[in-house]
Design a protein around this ligand. Structure first.
Ligand SMILES: [Cu+2]
Length: 482
């Protein structure tokens, strides 16, 4: 009998088994690659709950509805401890996949939770951290990550493009040896990679090299997840048309926003509307990641001499080729989801400060501390039901995508405090609207977020989602206390 966590383990609306295991899948032409991956079996629930992605390593797309009670039985068939973290979901601490509750090799764990979150694209990935450091970077890199979509009535009412017109894109960078074996941090570059985070020498979309899709003259919905360990994407259209953003990490915006490009940090998601109604058959368009400046980091990468795709490089992510004329005049809804979601902030709202710092040869710190298991300092305890402002101050030469577990928050202020250390070209693509669970804090910036701790007492994590930073200790627990 597997240990059970979460809500009463009786009747559920959805019941599935999620298995983490080794496998061999074709990623590049030629020899298949050894990966670690999730696969899943539906025990009970709607038939469209699980669907596979691209016949590659990404975990199945899990499609849930707000209000459902879900049971997932997690099976560890790997040679080491793992966990499954439901990234972005408002679930109880013991369901959150935290490192203090590892699933041992050969063992199972059942988690039960209610789907309380708004419609949106979330995701799931491992979160193990042992005495020798974290294994999030390695396990995610080996293939353990998958998308999770929540639907609700508000979103259904908007009749957004679905089916073939809904494209889910998981962006990740990888490096390969000559025999197509995945290469993570090794050799000379390992120490540098732990400081900068891992940068692969090519990008994969849904576990395969970028490709061109045939599309029709109609609107499309692109739901994009940055599942990379450390890379920041600067999403833009090849013809310079604006990017129309309809949603972020925590679901739909109140109104669409048009931006020249979108900055997507590790773990973040963006929901994009693309209207091809006016296109001609034969027309082509590419989704790209455009170039930006990374200060000293670029130099550090070049110094190591093997940066086929350095941070800030420009490359293609997806090609679109219009092959069909279709009449589908569906307009972009001017109002999306205007349900008030932002925590109420007043001049009395307490501010909690987190200084992001670096010490040579020792890595990155939050308020001078690194991960110490479930240890929580006095200034890391918050009150149930309270709204706070957390301010992240980045005094390092690297960006840090800061993730808070167990909730969605709102960005209330972003301010440049000091020197940007040579980073430029990402600012105007930051989408600070709507709800987020991960916010990019660029070098020299102070970012304030508003968050409310509701429903669940206990331990949650907050950390940098550059997975190599997180694994080397840029992570802490906080406690919600009644
Ligand atoms: Cu970081």
């Amino acid at each position: 009998m597997a240990p059970a966590h979460g809500a009463d383990n009786g009747e559920v609306d959805v019941d599935f088994r999620l298995r983490a295991r080794r496998d061999t899948v074709p990623l590049l032409p030629g020899t298949p690659s050894e990966v670690w991956r999730y696969d899943a079996t539906l025990v009970d629930g709607p038939a469209n709950t699980l669907s596979s992605i691209n016949n590659s390593y990404p975990g199945p797309l899990i499609r849930l509805s707000r209000g459902q009670r879900v049971r997932a039985t997690l099976e560890n068939r790997l040679p080491e401890d793992t966990t499954v973290h439901w990234h972005g979901l408002h679930v109880p601490p013991d369901v959150d996949g935290q490192p203090r509750l590892p699933i041992k090799p050969g063992e199972d764990m059942a988690v039960t939770f209610d789907v309380r979150d708004r419609a949106g694209l979330y995701w799931y990935h491992p979160h193990p951290h042992g005495p020798d450091g974290g294994r999030v970077g390695f396990q995610s890199y080996a293939g353990l990550a998958g998308p999770l979509v929540i639907e609700d009535d508000i979103e259904r009412g908007l009749a957004l493009p679905g089916g073939e017109q809904e494209l889910i894109l998981i962006l990740q960078d990888r490096s390969f040896a000559g025999d197509n074996a995945l290469r993570y941090m090794d050799g000379m570059g390992a120490m540098m990679a732990r400081m900068r985070g891992f940068f692969g020498d090519r990008v994969l979309v849904n576990g395969r090299p970028p490709r061109t899709r045939d599309v029709a003259t109609r609107p499309y919905r692109l739901r994009i997840l940055n599942g990379s360990n450390a890379r920041i994407y600067k999403l833009a259209w090849s013809d310079g048309r604006p990017v129309t953003v309809i949603g972020t990490d925590g679901g739909l915006l109140a109104k669409p926003q048009r931006l020249a490009y979108v900055t997507l940090a590790p773990a973040q998601r963006v929901d994009v509307w693309l209207d091809l109604s006016g296109a001609q058959v034969g027309e082509r368009l590419r989704l790209i990641s455009d170039a930006y400046q990374t200060g000293m980091m670029g130099g550090m990468g070049a110094m190591m001499g093997r940066s086929a795709l350095p941070a800030g490089a420009r490359f293609d992510l997806l090609g679109l080729r219009v092959t069909d004329r279709v009449r589908d005049g569906r307009p972009l809804p001017p109002d999306l989801d205007s349900t008030p979601v932002l925590p109420a902030v007043t001049s009395d709202t307490p501010i909690r400060r987190f200084e992001l710092g670096m010490r040579m040869m020792r890595g990155f710190f939050i308020n001078g501390r690194q991960f110490e298991g479930a240890t929580v300092a006095d200034d890391e305890v918050v009150r149930l039901g309270q709204t706070e402002i957390w301010e992240f101050v980045n005094d390092t030469m690297m960006p840090h995508p800061m993730h808070v577990h167990g909730l969605q928050f709102a960005v209330v202020e972003r301010r440049r405090m000091n020197d940007r250390r040579g980073w430029s070209g990402l600012d105007s693509g930051l989408v600070d609207a709507g709800l987020l669970d991960t916010v990019l804090v660029l070098p020299g910036e102070r970012v304030r977020i508003a968050l409310t701790f509701t429903d669940f007492e206990g331990l949650y994590l907050y950390h940098c989602h550059n997975m190599e930073h997180e694994d080397s200790g840029m992570m802490r627990y906080y406690r919600v206390r009644a």
